[in-house]
Design a binder for this molecule. Structure first.
Ligand SMILES: [Zn+2]
Length: 493
């Protein structure tokens, strides 16, 4: 039995100013896919582990992924999908394909880009060829994709720490399909909800009991998989919003019935899904008053892993204005990192920091400070963290000590040169910062950084800030999404 392995993965924020180009993608091909993903907790690592576990020969094709950002350019999309289709054509006889797609990729001309990739693959391989697809929990799943996939399996955790298990589950399912043991039939239900990212944590309500119901259902006879995608509110696409996908063994009526049952459960939780989190001034005040430290402030509007700029200064400005002490803020600012590098360790520098990508993420701030450390930005994460990756690179990174006015130790500004999400605590420990010795840690993310920050923080405060990943965007900003989503009708009241 020979199974093709491939992935094209991107979460595209249609409100972000920075498009995602071909150069932004890391692309591994053939044997390099095996080498890169084997030691990870990524779903492709799960596919690879499945080859031994379920006894098949792997045919690795390409695995492409880029940091979440704006819409994928047509050039990048056509190049990557073209390569995938060529690989399938050139491959030795395959019995099936395991395909990792994010579920919230948007390409120029294709708002539901994952659906378009699968449509093209399906057109090439024919209607009965096994193609099992995996998705991120943040996928906006269209009905057609569920029809085109032999089966769809979605992560069950946020922070995403079960990616490898979902890859393994997909590998097991496809081998059973190829052996003729099961015949997957699927149903999808999409409740009319926004399901704000504020509520995506799978370890607590309202999502936790829903996910538990999905996990319980998956153990029932006749059920091959049961998934819930919370959706991704930063892509204005027709299928934006949550999805429930049930895969049964040759029983479409059961799939439909169970998907509707879980959909009704989710709908019943709709009044728990209206977000209310602290504004920046309040959050900083609360953090400064905390008796147990460090306090982590999660900057929702500049959620790098959700495609935001990474250079928002909104919380930083508030920390400086309120004279906060012992803070750590990471800002994507290659220009300032370069100035620090040229000045050298110990040098006093005057910088214009952040707010450079666009006007959504706060003003560029004038900062004076002293260069404390410089680092090449590479670090490794060996624990299970959101995204499952092991090797990280935030580019040339400088730590600048910023004094509190009029003098004295204020905080530490980490200036990096590649947009990188705070899903690993080593993003800050690698540059010499001990989180437990700080008072306030600012993480530019929503739920994903919890796996990294919960172990080192006394408290996490969620902060409602402006930006490409603002949680309170006006429904008028959306043109392709369904208009009747519950949170919007509630907010308008
Ligand atoms: Zn995700």
């Amino acid at each position: 039995m020979r199974i093709g392995i491939a992935g094209i993965i991107h979460e595209s924020n249609t409100f972000a100013s920075n498009p995602t180009t071909l150069a932004d993608f890391r692309v591994d091909r053939g044997q390099a896919v095996i080498e890169h993903y084997t030691p990870t907790f990524h779903e492709v690592g799960g596919y690879i582990a499945g080859a031994d576990e379920y006894d098949f020969e792997m045919h690795p094709m390409l695995a492409a992924g880029a940091t979440p950002a704006g819409t994928v350019t047509s050039e990048a999309f056509e190049t990557l999908v073209g390569e995938l289709l060529d690989d399938i054509k050139k491959a030795p006889a395959l019995d099936g394909i395991l395909l990792a797609l994010h579920g919230a990729m948007v390409a120029e001309g294709f708002p539901q880009a994952d659906g378009e990739i699968l449509r093209r693959v399906r057109a090439l391989v024919g209607p009965d060829f096994p193609v099992v697809v995996t998705h991120d929990y943040h996928g906006n799943v269209p009905e057609q994709l569920v029809k085109d996939a032999t089966a769809l399996i979605i992560y069950k955790t946020t922070p995403h720490i079960d990616q490898r298990e979902r890859g393994l589950q997909a590998a097991e399912l496809i081998t059973r399909v190829i052996r003729g043991e099961v015949k997957p039939t699927s149903a999808i239900v999409k409740p009319d909800l926004l399901f704000n990212i504020v509520f995506h944590n799978t370890s607590k309500g309202p999502m936790q009991p829903l996910m538990q119901a999905a996990i319980d259902l998956e153990k029932q006879p006749g059920i091959l998989a049961c998934s819930i995608a919370a959706g991704y509110q930063y892509a204005d696409v027709p299928a934006m919003g949550p999805s429930i996908v049930v895969v049964t063994d040759n029983d479409p009526a059961l799939a439909q019935r169970e998907a509707e049952r879980l959909g009704a459960m989710m709908w019943a939780a709709r009044d728990q899904l209206i977000p209310q989190i602290a504004d920046p001034a309040t959050a900083v005040r609360q953090a400064m008053a905390a008796t147990q430290t460090p306090v982590a402030l999660f900057e929702f509007g500049d959620n790098v892993g959700g495609g935001s700029a990474g250079d928002a200064t909104i919380i930083l400005k508030e920390l400086i204005e309120q004279n906060a002490e012992g803070w750590v803020v990471t800002i994507f600012d290659p220009e300032s990192a370069d100035i620090c590098n040229k000045a050298g360790i110990g040098a006093e520098v005057s910088l214009r920091v952040g707010g450079k990508l666009d006007k959504m993420h706060g003003p560029t701030l004038s900062i004076k400070g002293r260069v404390r450390t410089l680092h090449d930005g590479r670090y490794m994460e060996t624990e299970r963290r959101h995204g499952g990756e092991r090797y990280h690179n935030q580019g040339l990174t400088a730590v600048v000590e910023v004094p509190k006015r009029p003098d004295g130790a204020g905080g530490l500004l980490i200036l990096n040169s590649r947009r990188s999400y705070p899903n690993s605590i080593h993003q800050i420990t690698c540059v010499g910062i001990q989180p437990q010795q700080q008072q306030i840690l600012v993480a530019k993310g929503a739920v994903a950084p919890r796996a990294a920050y919960e172990p080192v923080s006394a408290q996490i405060i969620e902060v409602d800030t402006a930006g490409a990943t603002s949680i309170s965007r006006s429904p008028d900003d959306f043109h392709l999404a369904r208009k009747d989503l519950y949170e919007w009708s509630r907010v308008k009241e």
